[in-house]
Design a protein around this ligand. Structure first.
Ligand code: IMP
Length: 178
């Protein structure tokens, strides 16, 4: 399946399932080495990171916990720059080694806002693990410790990422055809 239609737009295959799993394996190995002897708390940012988080955690053989939070800023294919509230954090992260798991860092505004909220809760450490990074779109200085793949500025869907709520179930990543 080299092209797909999601809602009213065409998308072309850009990152295969094999490529995704290879890149995720490398990030999982890096986290496993860096956090040896610790018990990190993964905070997966819904909705986009559900598939990535599931595949990543399967490959991290450390004692660890996972919780899911929600903080979204996107409508359609362009960022609104408007950041919403943090929902769903059901435990104390004070003194914990937190790893934030995101699907994609685009402008970085969502992550910057989230990190500000988390730092106020006094964790021992916070690091960012994203499946995808668009370095060309970054608008704020952000320390992204783990980025599985870097991609161009194009809009993408699949593997958890959506276009107007659709396409999250695609097992590979597709790029918008202009
Ligand atoms: P940022 O605040 O601009 O970094 O946007 C982050 C959020 O926007 C991500 O968590 C995604 O939900 C969404 N997003 C950014 N780029 C894309 C894309 O190319 N396709 C689908 N969603 C995206």
């Amino acid at each position: 399946m080299d092209t797909v239609t999601v809602k009213d737009k065409r998308f072309r295959l850009s990152i295969s399932a094999d490529e995704l799993h290879r890149a995720i394996g490398q990030v999982a190995a890096a986290i496993t080495a860096d956090y040896a002897g610790r018990r990190p708390l993964f905070l997966a940012v819904l909705n986009g990171s559900f598939m990535f988080a599931a595949d990543l955690l399967r490959l991290v053989p450390l004692p660890c916990e996972i919780a899911f939070v929600k903080l979204s800023s996107y409508a359609g294919t362009h960022t609104t720059g408007h950041v919403r509230q943090l929902i769903g954090l059901d435990r104390d992260i004070g003194g914990r080694d937190v790893i934030v798991v995101e699907d994609i860092v685009d402008t970085g505004l969502t992550m910057q806002h989230l990190l500000g909220r988390l730092q106020a809760m006094r964790p021992k450490s916070v690091s960012v693990c994203t499946l995808l990074l668009k370095p060309g779109k970054l608008q704020v200085p952000l320390d992204v410790r783990y980025a599985a793949l870097q991609i161009p500025n194009d809009f993408i869907v699949g593997y958890g990422l959506d276009y107007d709520g659709l396409g999250r179930n695609l097992p590979q990543i597709y790029t918008l055809v202009p």
